[in-house]
Design a protein around this ligand. Structure first.
Ligand SMILES: [Zn+2]
Ligand SMILES: [Zn+2]
Length: 304
């Protein structure tokens, strides 16, 4: 005679459940519908009393099954893309003011997500300037390897978060984009600008001539009598790229950055008695280099 050990209560229950699954589900659903208020109230008191325990359990479950959950949720989002988008849009429109108010009160949310995008796009491309090896992420720009006129694009169609998202979506981003620090980027732009064909769609700026005269007069005040207009750091002499450099950059002066540039700044220089003590002439690339040196001194080692 074959004697088997008795099954445990748990095993018996499991066996019964696997055989009568539909019945069990129907029964519990019926119970739920008949005692809905009761069940919900009980659940609520339980959740309230054991909030921490539940949260810890959820956390542990997430950590143990992280990879699986991520794959699953990506799959789910892919299949239900349209529905999720619609629901999110509807939620946004229904709670527009509330969301805007919340984001306004927590500016770090927006900052954090855009920083994350910037850093991950940079990491994908190697994380340093491809010309000079600079790694300070605050001043690293992402640059199209093919200039925009060769791609048949208008300048600045992609920048900021749009550009970073595009980098993250591209299959082989290193073939299309490179990282340049601000200084190297401006230097490259200056070199490209000299050889780039004139854009037929570009509308001439109506005050261009007046502005040029004003700028030329202001810059003249900053170089010695009879001297030529050129960058004090690198000898660049293309007038288009010459800028005014303030020895003391804006944050050290405690001023709003918008208060001084272009025409108002040029007029201010023309009014001053000894402007050469406060300003000099630099090309954009060299001006950027100085700006960045001060930035690095202000945020030592701080990456974003
Ligand atoms: Zn560089
Ligand atoms: Zn220069």
């Amino acid at each position: 005679m074959n004697i088997r050990p008795p099954k445990s209560r748990q095993a018996r229950n499991a066996e019964w459940y696997s055989k009568n699954r539909k019945k069990a589900i129907a029964y519990s659903l019926k119970y739920y519908h008949d005692h809905r208020e009761d069940v919900l109230a009980k659940r609520k008191t339980y959740v309230r009393a054991n909030r921490e325990k539940i949260q810890q359990g959820q956390k542990r479950f997430y950590q143990e099954n992280r990879e699986y959950l991520r794959v699953k949720s990506a799959e789910y989002r892919k299949i239900n893309r349209k529905r999720i988008d619609e629901a999110e849009r509807a939620y946004y429109h229904a709670n527009k003011e509330k969301i805007k108010e919340y984001v306004r009160a927590h500016p770090e949310i927006q900052q954090r997500s855009s920083q994350k995008l910037h850093l991950s796009a940079l990491a994908l491309l190697g994380g340093k300037c491809s010309h000079c090896g600079e790694t300070f992420s605050k001043i690293l720009h992402i640059n199209h390897i093919n200039p925009f006129w060769e791609r048949g694009k208008r300048p600045q169609t992609e920048m900021g978060t749009t550009l970073w998202r595009a980098v993250l979506k591209t299959q082989h981003p290193e073939k299309k984009y490179s990282i340049l620090c601000g200084g190297c980027n401006w230097r490259l732009w200056q070199e490209q600008e000299k050889v780039r064909p004139i854009d037929p769609h570009r509308k001439p700026y109506i005050h261009a001539e007046r502005c040029e005269i004003l700028k030329r007069n202001a810059l003249r005040c900053l170089v010695p009598e009879g001297g030529t207009l050129r960058c004090s750091d690198c000898d660049e002499d293309d007038f288009r790229f010459l800028t005014v450099n303030h020895f003391q950059k804006k944050w050290s002066r405690g001023e709003r950055p918008i208060s001084e540039h272009s025409a108002p700044l040029w007029r201010k220089i023309l009014r001053e008695r000894h402007p050469e003590k406060e300003y000099n002439v630099l090309c954009r690339a060299c001006n950027w280099k100085r700006y960045f040196d001060q930035m690095k001194a202000t945020y030592p080692g701080g990456n974003n």
